[in-house]
Design a protein around this ligand. Structure first.
Ligand code: KIV
Length: 282
């Protein structure tokens, strides 16, 4: 049974589109109305599976701080940590565009610092683009990074690096003032040269309006279906993490339960002496 599933997965892998996704391809997808599928990845093995599955964009998100390192926010992860995760993902990702988060404290100082951090990500990890949280306050940095030939993805709405300013992970931009500012920020980021935008946890109607107002692709997470694409945190959608269940999260699997089942079977086999058997030894 297990092997049959694997064979089916392999034949699917052989059929997926293999041509490299670039920022230009994403722009064309928006024009054609073709939705963009994006997931996070932090290591080689998962990135390889996602690449074989035909994902369009891999985000080496600073959510690695929560998912991989067990911190309760995205703030502690360092630039060196991000470069380590990103270089592992890049080694596996042949087709998807690999976008890497600029972690907290590596770009807010000034645009020179932002450029320096971005160059390290591109040079040491071999990424294709960087992502930066914020609106008008990061525009100067966005311009400077792009002037060095590095594509930048913007991120508005719930920006987790500002959690201590927000004080809560509730939906953003429900009030007119914040919604208007978000619209302005989206325009500013587009004018500054961002190739795409993430909108996180904002009302679906607002996200749909912003998507129409800008020419660059808009990818949503908790931002409804009227955007150009979707992103989820891989470990959440696979059901590896179970203690995070926002309304926008669709779980495609209960991998934690499946892994625990296999591990418990292994423990039982080791303890009973059933593993290894005669065929499993030299
Ligand atoms: O770090 C991350 O995973 C992200 C996504 C939630 C968009 O920024």
């Amino acid at each position: 049974m297990l092997f049959e599933t694997n064979r089916k997965d392999m034949s699917t892998a052989n059929k997926v589109n293999k041509s490299k996704v670039t920022t230009h391809v994403l722009q064309e997808m928006k024009l054609k109305g073709e939705k963009i599928a994006m997931l996070t990845a932090y290591d080689f093995s998962f990135a390889k599976i996602l690449d074989d599955s035909g994902i369009d964009i891999l985000l080496v998100g600073d959510s690695a701080s929560n998912v991989m390192a067990g911190f309760d926010s995205t703030l502690p992860i360092t630039l060196n940590d991000m470069i380590y995760h990103a270089s592992s993902v890049v080694r596996a990702a042949k087709r998807p565009l690999v976008v890497v988060d600029l972690p907290f404290g590596t770009y807010q100082g000034n645009s020179k610092e932002a450029l320096h951090s971005s160059i390290r990500i591109m040079k040491e990890a071999g990424a294709n683009a960087v992502k930066i949280e914020g609106g008008k306050e990061v525009v100067e940095s966005v311009k400077r990074i792009i002037s060095a030939g590095i594509p930048v993805m913007g991120h508005l709405g719930l920006t987790p690096q500002s959690i201590h300013k927000f004080g809560t992970y509730v939906v953003r931009a429900t009030e007119e003032k914040e919604a208007n500012q978000l619209r302005k920020d989206a325009k500013l980021l587009e004018e500054a040269g961002c190739f795409a935008l993430i909108l996180e946890k904002i009302p679906a109607e607002l996200a749909g309006e912003v998507t129409k107002e800008v020419k660059i692709p808009v990818i949503g997470i908790g931002a409804g279906g009227q955007v150009d694409g979707q992103v989820l945190v891989l470990h959440d959608m696979l059901g590896i993490t179970q203690d995070f269940s926002p309304r926008f999260l669709r779980r495609y699997h209960n991998l934690k339960e499946e892994i625990m089942g296999s591990v418990q079977e292994y423990i039982k086999d080791v303890k009973s002496g059933d593993f290894p058997n005669e065929r499993e030894q030299y």
